[in-house]
Design a protein around this ligand. Sequence first.
Ligand code: NAD
Ligand code: ZN
Ligand code: ZN
Length: 382
Amino acid sequence: MVRSNAGVCLGLNEPWTVEEVELDPPGPHDVVVRMGFAGLCHSDEHLRVGDTTATPEYLEFLDVDSLFPVLGGHEGAGVVEEVGSLVTELAPGDHVATVFIPACGHCKWCASGRQHLCDLGSRALAGPMIGDGVWRHRLGGRNLSRMFQVGTWTETLLIDGRSLVKIPDDVPLDVAAVVSCGIATGFGSAVNRGNVRPGEVVVVVGTGGVGHGAVMGASLGGARVIVAVDPLQQKREHALGLGATHAADSMASALALVAELTDGQMADMAILTPGQLKGEMLAEALPLVSKGGRVVCTAVAPSAALDAKISLFDLNMSDKALLGTLYGSTSPRVQIANLLSLYRDGKLPLEKVISKRYQLDEINEGYKDMEEGRTVRGVIQF
Ligand SMILES: NC(=O)c1ccc[n+]([C@@H]2O[C@H](COP(=O)([O-])OP(=O)(O)OC[C@H]3O[C@@H](n4cnc5c(N)ncnc54)[C@H](O)[C@@H]3O)[C@@H](O)[C@H]2O)c1
Ligand SMILES: [Zn+2]
Ligand SMILES: [Zn+2]
């Protein structure tokens, strides 16, 4: 048994605390990773504050009573130390990034090039190791879940090998950590789900880590105008430095700006990446796009929320598309490699998204900085 200091949430709305967790030796599908950096994505906070919940039926399927206690974090990168007997694609010394959606390579979704929809993701929210269903993480003798079956806020990471992607040795681990979820998701929202085309007008609503990925994706995809919408001035200004051409403090002010910039035609696409998706945002987002335009919904809404406000008349009479996306609708293995190649070629300044490094015991401070606009993406340094 190995002990590791880790960032844990003990129960709903409890703060993140550093606890000594117990890890069993790796099972056949598992890998032990020495963590280098881990990112602070908004999705971990969604779980902590109860936006992300599970129905009694889903808890039963996961074979847990509660989503807590949970080891936090799903963005991250580190170096492999040990691999289980059935892990053939990774070896000690390999550099890896974590992905919150494991890929089996065999299910219908993997086989059709959509690894982000892999069936192994059905167990993502809590529970034992996905390889053999054995609990190998404990806190004070109690079974411990890991955020999205990852849980990167730990010195030593014990994880299924299918939740790891090998990365080049010369890529800084902090850069790989932020790419692993937020940037890849935002980038894919613009490029893969949104299918941005040269000359288009794109509005990105919410320019945190994911929104910055969307801005950079729209920019590399050739968008002519990119409007960054965020109530926080620092986030808007940061986005202007990474490809956004205009900024607005709300969707209402973006509406007037986009109308002016497009002669009333409106944007080709709006990408919704605020901290939380709310049903009423759709009523504001749909008028931002033109006839035939698309609205990509990337931000996470409370899982129990059912109501959305939207003009269904505008949706069909103006031939608009409303699109959801998981992980920017791309296979993590393809997208992470793609983005790190662009980074190495100097075409994607990913290091500029990393605003601050924190110690493991500063997670709550990191989220406060994110919420109050002092950071775009914070990372924990091990
Ligand atoms: N679909 C996916 O696969 C996926 C993957 C990763 C993250 N997410 C989700 O994406 C969202 C963004 O994540 P993040 O880590 O970038 O969060 P973040 O908190 O870093 O950024 C959110 C930004 O939205 C801004 N904002 C808040 N309300 C707004 C509004 N009404 N209009 C415009 N801007 C507003 C905030 O000021 C902030 O800058 C979260 O909901 C996260 O859970 C989804
Ligand atoms: Zn699969
Ligand atoms: Zn994330």
